[in-house]
Design a protein around this ligand. Structure first.
Ligand code: MSP
Length: 504
């Protein structure tokens, strides 16, 4: 039976258009999901938009629109970006979808009934821009939010409160497992919150209207996190009449990966597990909390006005080029940089000079020396052949750990070895000296490794995969993990001399 894999991104705020930072998370999810599919999993990929809250209400007013009119327009831009970036999600959830609203109200009622939610007062330092009450660590100069650098406000009002503190022991238990990655964020959560400053969480507001009303007390709207976090299960049909996918994708054997940016780690590793526990549902297998894309040492973000538009990068270069930079050059465990210079340098070094060059010189040799017909030869005992097979194993090991950068690094290393092999062995001399058997072997080894390289990059370079395979006479549908391990694909005559990944 096929194993199941469920991957989610955060649902993004439609308070403006998306930037490279959002494209980062979503591309990672897409790449990992495409890999899992190749590896035989039954997959489901969820993304969406988080549409309620005061900030959206204010933005809509500024634009003289009703909130729903305002978000409708921006959500179209989200979907357009994902299309251009070849993001192959299964479902796009909007928190304004009626099925989601129904489920969230039922979840709230359930928690109220279980007395895990109670009515009280909430007072705190609140950042309007980030829709977040701030902790001591998040405040600078007694006045500003450390992330967006905006001034916070203080307020106190009636609010329903979720009993987080009741789950302290449970949280301590799950933090002994590796459900949250990387390790240093686990320590941060334990030290700053769970072991020290764990507080109950305010989950409703009365000072704005744009949210899901509490059925039992409609002057309250359900405030951001119960609404937002629940999307990961309401999208699967939890407590609603949508097709129920919970049994498949939230069952105990499913591999569930939730990718987030580090600033929402607390919500996903503390409040989300509490909510799941309260609903008697399992934890995700992994919360992968990645670093930020910085722009001159600050987080790239709408509120700091320092963002790069992914649509411009796609138009200027290509979707595959952006997918590659994100997947390879921005490892998840640290903050990374995105500048046009770094982007171009990576493209030229890795895609033009390494992969593209290898494909074009090898296909040229096949055309020139063998009239386009890839020769057969016994290559199993050759060390570069063996390196190709090892690359598949190493790549899978890293991908299974969601280490996309490291997985790609293995593929690029194989490309470098093949290019060096050509330079060292000089196939043109073999031809000149009539060493045809040796030449056949060299070409077959290169061809074999190129099939491996193209296939392993397939989850990333989705627009170019078929073209690259064609360049070496292989049909995309013939290639899978089994066939690359055993050379079980047919090879057609090669004639095309197209250059793939021209230097920028
Ligand atoms: N709506 C909430 C999430 C609710 S999830 C139940 C939210 N939305 S957001 O629009 O602000 O998106 C935040 C997410 O976008 C981050 O967690 C991360 O995935 C991505 N990023 C936004 N800026 C980023 C960077 N500069 N760098 C890396 N990722 C970034 O928070």
């Amino acid at each position: 039976m096929k194993k199941n894999f469920y991957v989610t991104t955060p649902i993004y705020y439609p308070s403006g258009n998306l930037h490279i930072g959002h494209a980062y998370t979503t591309t990672l999810a897409d790449v990992i999901c495409r890999y899992k599919k190749e590896d035989g999993y039954n997959t489901f990929f969820l993304t969406g938009s988080d549409e309620h809250g005061q900030k959206i209400e204010l933005k809509a007013k500024e634009n003289n629109l009703e909130p729903i009119e305002y978000v409708n327009e921006i959500v179209l831009n989200f979907k357009n970006l994902w299309k251009k970036l070849n993001i192959n999600y299964n479902k796009f959830i909007r928190t304004t979808d009626q099925y989601h609203i129904d489920s969230v109200q039922k979840i709230f009622s359930f928690l109220l009934e279980k007395k895990l939610i109670y009515l009280s007062k909430y007072k705190g330092e609140y950042c309007i821009s980030c829709e977040e009450f701030l902790t001591k660590e998040q405040i600078v100069d007694n006045k500003f939010h450390v992330v967006c650098k905006k001034e916070f406000i203080i307020f106190e009002e009636d609010s329903y409160i979720l009993k987080i503190t009741e789950f302290k022991t449970y949280l301590q238990e799950i933090f002994k497992t590796d459900f949250l990655e990387p390790e240093n964020r686990k320590k941060e959560m334990l030290n700053n919150f769970i072991n020290n400053d764990l507080e109950d969480l305010s989950v409703t507001r009365i000072n704005f209207k744009w949210g899901i009303p509490v059925i039992e007390d409609p002057k309250h709207v359900i405030y951001v996190w119960i609404d937002a976090l629940s999307n990961y299960i309401t999208a699967l049909g939890y407590k609603n009449n949508e097709k129920n996918l919970m049994d498949t994708f939230w069952s105990k054997d499913t591999e569930i990966l939730q990718i987030i940016g580090k600033e929402i780690t607390r919500f996903h590793s503390i409040y989300w597990p509490v909510l799941l526990k309260a609903l008697d549902l399992r934890l995700p297998s992994k919360i992968l909390s990645h670093g930020w894309i910085l722009s001159k040492n600050d987080k790239m973000s709408k509120s700091l006005n320092n963002v790069i538009d992914p649509l411009k990068i796609i138009d200027d270069f290509s979707s595959d080029a952006l997918r590659f930079y994100i997947s390879y050059n921005l490892p998840t465990y640290k903050d990374g940089n995105f500048t046009e210079e770094l982007f171009i340098e990576s493209f030229n070094t890795n895609l033009a000079n390494n992969v593209g060059n290898l494909i074009s010189r090898t296909s040229n040799m096949i055309i020139k020396y063998f009239d386009g017909q890839t020769p057969e030869a016994n290559i199993e005992s050759d060390s570069l052949y063996k390196k190709g097979i090892e690359t598949i194993t190493n790549y899978k090991k890293f991908m299974n750990e969601y280490k996309v950068t490291e997985a790609i690094e293995e593929v690029l290393k194989l490309g470098q070895s093949c290019n060096k092999y050509i330079e060292d062995i000089k196939p043109w001399d073999l031809e000149k000296n009539d060493k045809i058997d040796e030449l056949k072997k060299v070409i077959k080894i290169l061809h074999n490794n190129i099939v491996i390289i193209i296939y392993l990059l397939k989850p990333i370079l989705v627009e170019n995969t078929e073209k690259m395979f064609k360049q070496i006479g292989v049909k995309i549908d013939d290639v899978n993990f089994d066939s690359i391990n055993n050379k079980k694909y047919s090879i057609d005559k090669i004639s095309s001399r197209e250059i793939i990944f021209k230097r920028i």
